[in-house]
Design a protein around this ligand. Structure first.
Ligand SMILES: N[C@@H](CCC(=O)N[C@@H](CS)C(=O)NCC(=O)O)C(=O)O
Length: 228
């Protein structure tokens, strides 16, 4: 049988890329990783993702798939071996997609606001981030992973929290991941990071994440300035 072409265009610190790498590894799919410069974009990236011009991009036997959550679904439907990433039950599947959307469109924005702002605005953003995490805490109770006994789609989508948020807490001098308030969620972080597949492909160390986000915070802070 001919070897499959599986290529992933990525960027070293991208949480969107990281979740795709983890999904491929969980499924045992061999792939070639091609690092991209997301500022000076390569002709390959522009050709493969002309709409958003972003990573990750997955190429599977000449077919091009963009947008990380869509790539996760493609991986799950293409390599049907265990672990299944999305639940089989349509309602459970819709819930996983709902909370994934919540992570992408609500939680991450609140956490970034908490990271880059100060004073009252930061306090408010920290409170809102904690309220958002509390919703996940309630959804997790009684389960080790959002996917149940194994890591699934929602765990991968939320994975960024496990390594970015502790770094952001240090940078923003704030506390969000309080284990007395979020016992299930903080346990989830420990279990997620110590899972054999995740542990063998950990994102960059905390110091590198912090250095990267000092620069990013400086650039994006003006976007969060409230006009009086
Ligand atoms: N919604 C996209 C987000 C991807 C994304 O923002 N990728 C960043 C890297 S972390 C990127 O390629 N940025 C380049 C740009 O914004 O021009 C996904 O889930 O794949």
């Amino acid at each position: 049988m001919e070897k499959e072409e599986v290529k992933l265009l990525g960027f070293w610190i991208s949480p969107f890329v990281q979740r795709v790498k983890w999904a491929l590894k969980l499924k045992g799919v061999d792939f070639e990783y091609v690092e991209q410069d997301i500022i000076n974009k390569s002709p390959l990236l522009l050709e493969l993702n002309p709409v958003y011009k972003k990573v990750p991009v997955l190429v599977h036997n000449g077919k091009v798939i963009a947008e990380s959550t869509i790539i996760l679904e493609y991986i799950d439907e293409t390599w049907k071996n265990n672990p299944s990433l999305l639940p089989h039950d349509p309602y459970q599947r819709s819930l996983a997609r709902f909370w994934a959307d919540f992570s992408e469109n609500t939680l991450i924005k609140l956490a970034v606001e908490a990271l880059v702002t100060k004073g009252e605005q930061q306090e408010k953003a920290v409170r809102s981030t904690m309220e958002a995490i509390d919703k996940l805490e309630q959804g997790l109770k009684g389960r080790q992973f959002f996917g149940g006994d194994s890591i699934g789609y929602l765990d991968l989508v939320l994975g960024w929290i496990s390594y970015f948020l502790p770094a952001w807490e240090e940078l923003g001098s704030m506390k969000i991941l309080d284990s007395s308030k979020f016992p299930a969620f903080t346990q989830w972080i420990d279990d997620f990071l110590s899972h054999p597949v995740i542990k063998n492909d950990l994102p960059p160390p905390r110091d590198e994440i912090k250095v990267y986000f000092v620069e990013i915070s400086r650039k994006i802070a003006p976007l969060f300035q409230k006009i009086e």
